[in-house]
Design a protein around this ligand. Structure first.
Ligand code: SER
Length: 608
């Protein structure tokens, strides 16, 4: 069975069980700023899992393209990859544990479907804690399923030893609780399905953990029973409707079906690998080429899908992840001896393999080739020199045992080496990089370059800095609007910005009326709609004052200051950073107006 056939079988099966087949959502989440990429099939369905009605009913299924960026640096071994497809079926307050588990078992073992051997199937369930009890119901349903196949399935003991008889393993929240995808949202206990991929090795008889770590048991499907909503304060509340969210890793099942021990050796990746062999003239069967070829295949595949969904290489957020993937692939290509642009040629293979399932790939094929080529040209211009430079830096940093943040930043700003690439090359030479110091360097330069905070380098959640710049610009618009509506006596008394909201304290001695608040919101939103560029000029403090800029005028006359102006709407002395133009801000909304201290009011506001 090919991967395309597998995908189709899954959808056919759930169609027979009354599910509507919905298309894959884009890789870039449409209304969720808490994550950069769609990481699971349930992700685009969150509003419906929370109770909103889905137009196609209460039973849905699909194949969803996903990207997980947490393990980028581990790609190259035999288990990690960034882009993958998740096959999923959902119940929105319709069926629950019984049907979900029965159907999982039927699809896995049915002759007409996967036809896997039930004797090689092992499952985990939630063992219970203070938030939710042991999932006895799932245990009972699994026992029944196995019984139908003539297998007596028992629950593993406290030692978590797995055997032919003890094939139901209870585990804690780290393993058997799913979600939420962001910080808040729907979540619940789950039951995960594992397959014994090497029965020829004989009896299991080991702990569950070691069997997974030794690649003996491979997880391939997860049924989540979403009964809870995690709130911002960290507590759980029962959801109004009980949902099922299942996710099966298409690539994982392809591994099982192929009898190979990793996904790069299956037909999901082999056409790409063959193309890389052709371009490089090297063989994948030579151990020394394997890792580089796997990285190139994985990264260019992910990049192709990202560009098709509108991401372009930049230094922030999603664009930064994309840039990191492409540049890492180019360097690995170089290790394979590829000196000319090749990414677009690999992308062609990705497109032809996937275009039937994901037609956007063919539709955007011109753009995919163009973006990959441009990025490759840009990076190749400095790659050679950068590689030479990093060798020198490594040599001169030996005694300090690490590359300083300043030097890593120099490699980033002058040669376009993402921090992670510098780290990777440094690691290969047994030397570290002072990341903390890099982030400090980065922050120092950010005001000048108007880029965002170093948050993007940490854990992939890049948008924090961008959001802060947006809120900062919104604070300027707010202050200007307040002066227009309430009068020129309004002066800034304090400001504070978090990733979520802005807070502005200002001089005014009365509570604002509802009309005044509405008028201020209207003025700010009008300025946003006009998409006015935010301009920055350097001048002396005296000149700033003369120009009519507002701000805190200290006593250091003669000092140069920066004045940020938003056409004739606002002009303020300020250090930045700001959004490049107001149009990026989104909708401005005042969430609170209250007294702060005598004669000072406080406003909290958000951008939606
Ligand atoms: N959301 C679950 C997962 O990602 C099941 O779809 O594993």
């Amino acid at each position: 069975m090919t991967a395309n056939e597998l995908r189709q079988k899954y959808l056919d099966f759930f169609k027979e069980k009354g599910h509507a087949i919905i298309p894959s959502a884009p890789l870039v989440p449409e209304n969720d700023p808490t994550v950069l990429f769609t990481t699971a099939g349930m992700h685009p369905l969150v509003p419906f899992l929370m109770g909103e009605k889905h137009p196609l009913g209460t039973r849905l299924a699909n194949a969803q393209k996903c990207v997980r960026t947490g393990d980028i640096d581990d790609v190259g071994d035999n288990r990690h990859n960034t882009f993958f497809e998740m096959l999923g079926n959902w119940s929105l307050g319709d069926y629950f544990k019984k049907e979900a588990i029965e159907w999982s078992f039927e699809f896995i073992t049915g002759e007409k479907w996967l036809g896997f051997d039930p004797r090689r199937l092992y499952v985990t369930v939630f063992e219970g804690d203070d938030d939710a009890p042991l999932d006895q119901e799932s245990i009972n349903i699994w026992k029944e399923q196995f019984k139908k196949a003539g297998i007596e399935a028992e629950v593993a003991g406290a030692d978590k030893k797995v055997s032919e008889n003890h094939r139901i393993i209870p585990l804690g929240k780290d393993d058997n609780w799913w979600g939420p995808a962001g910080e808040t949202g729907p979540c619940g206990p789950d039951t995960e399905m594992f397959y014994d991929v090497s029965p020829e090795k004989g009896q299991l008889g080991d702990t569950f953990e070691s069997l997974v770590n030794n690649f003996r048991l491979l997880e391939f499907w997860n049924d989540v029973f979403m009964e809870y909503n995690k709130k911002a304060d960290g507590t759980f509340e029962k959801l109004i409707q009980q949902n099922v969210d299942t996710g099966m890793g298409l690539e994982r099942v392809a591994v099982i079906m192929s009898g190979k021990d990793n996904i790069f050796d299956t037909e999901v990746f082999q056409p790409l690998i063959r193309k890389i062999e052709e371009i490089s003239g090297k063989s994948y069967h030579d151990e020394e080429n394997k890792s580089a070829m796997r990285i190139v295949a994985d990264h260019i595949k992910a990049a192709t899908f990202m560009i098709a969904d509108g991401v372009v290489p930049t230094n922030v957020e999603r664009g930064y992840i994309l840039r990191r993937l492409i540049r890492r692939a180019i360097r690995q290509g170089k290790i394979l001896g590829i000196e000319n642009n090749f990414a677009a040629k690999i992308a062609e293979v990705v497109i032809s393999e996937y275009k039937e399932t994901y037609p956007e790939l063919e539709r955007e094929s011109g753009k995919i080739a163009e973006e990959l080529n441009q990025e490759e040209v840009r990076f190749r211009e400095t790659l050679e020199k950068g590689l030479k430079k990093i060798k020198e830096i490594i040599a001169e940093s030996r005694s300090a045992e690490k590359i300083s943040g300043e030097k890593a930043f120099y490699l980033f700003s002058t040669f376009g080496f993402p921090l992670e690439l510098t780290k990777e090359i440094a690691n290969e030479h047994g030397i570290a990089v002072d990341e903390e110091n890099f982030h400090e360097e980065f922050k120092k330069h950010q005001e000048l370059s108007r880029t965002v905070s170093a948050g993007m380098f940490r854990g992939g959640l890049a948008d924090a800095g961008d959001k802060a710049a947006h809120l900062h610009t919104a604070t300027h618009l707010l202050l200007a609007a307040l002066r227009k509506v309430l009068g020129e006596h309004v002066q800034q008394k304090g400001s504070n910005i978090t990733g979520e909201r802005l807070r502005l304290d200002f001089s005014h001695d009365k509570k604002m009326t509802a009309e005044e608040i509405a008028e201020v919101e209207k003025l700010v939103n009008e300025a946003i709609e006009k998409n006015i560029p935010v301009k920055c000029a350097e001048m002396t403090l005296e000149d700033a004052q003369k120009s009519g800029a507002i701000g805190v005028f200290g006593d250091k006359y003669g000092e140069k200051v920066k004045v940020y102006s938003i056409y004739d709407f606002s002009s303020e002395i300020c250090g930045g950073p700001h959004a490049p133009a107001t149009g990026e801000l989104g909708k401005f909304k005042i969430t609170k107006e209250e007294a702060s201290s005598a004669g000072v009011r406080r406003i909290k506001a958000v951008l939606e």
